[in-house]
Design a protein around this ligand. Sequence first.
Ligand code: MRU
Length: 361
Amino acid sequence: MRVDGKPYRTVWLDADGWSVWIIDQVLLPHAFKLRRLTKMEEVAQAIFAMQVRGAPLIGVAAAYGLCLAMREDPSDQGLSRAGATLSAARPTAVNLRWAVEQVQRALMPLPPSGRASAAYGLAAQLAEQDVEVCRRIGEHGLGLLRARHEQLGCPAVLNVQTHCNAGWLATVDFGTALSPIYQAHDAGLPLHVWVDETRPRRQGLLTAWELGQHGVPRTLSADGAAAHHLQRGRVDVCIVGTDRTTARGDVCNKIGTYPLALAARAHQVPFYVALPGSTYDGSLQDGVREIPIEERDGNEVRQAQGLLPSGELATISLAPESLPVANPAFDVTPAELVTGYITEHGVLTRAELGRLGGGGP
Ligand code: MRU
């Protein structure tokens, strides 16, 4: 996708052929800064600190982390240690573990001397695969958006509601939930997107930013306003991403997705989830009981980052540090609330999810 007209991906190799560039997403939408990573530990820290975030992207970033690790210590222990460090950076999105295990499995039988170059080949392959999968999710989602537009009698604008960021910033390119929106916009389907702010990390600001870069009309509103928009008939379809989806179709996604799904059901608005196979965890059934939910630092709720009137980026305090805070980063939407799953293989029902076969062990 483009930033100020220039094409970017979210992770790429430097011209030196070994170091890795990322967009520092913590600074967005206020500043667009790139960071060069040269050590596996820096990649793990970038994932933990959410400088790279979004389920598909952290998987590919971790694969590049293994490349950097193999340059320094390609032994069996080095490979296991690096895999464990990267996998531990974030617990909920299954793509991270999936990508690490894919690379580890392919490298283990190789002699240590061949592991670094093989790792770079595999990471590049995973990155290309992610781009292609997201492009196909966009194609299938475009069909669905067109059909919804026609079903509603071709209104002047089709209103889409999304939550969090499941755009190109959360993947290598194109995005999952936003990929259909980009394709629909490019195809001339008149769209407007309601963007939930997504407290506390405000990934909605990233969504609003990237939609704006592509010229898609969008409006940001507080998470608590979503049900109100649905009740007033301002939403025609909801599309969200996911960090892990179980065999029976339970969807773990950013905190606040579950109430959106409940409100969509209450107002009979279709609620779709977009996901690549790497986000499907066929080893789990009951998402509520079985998916580990990341509990993040309470200061993410007590504090906020933004621009001061001087234009300086600053963190301000919203609540005293002594105030007890809960900060679960994800919630689980039961399969019954999901209308369909937009995947690289088409729009699937929950009974058809097994066709994805990726993600979990
Ligand atoms: O915590 P983040 O920002 O890494 O989480 C990303 C998400 O939760 C998104 O909800 C997204 O929808 C899934 S990744 C395409």
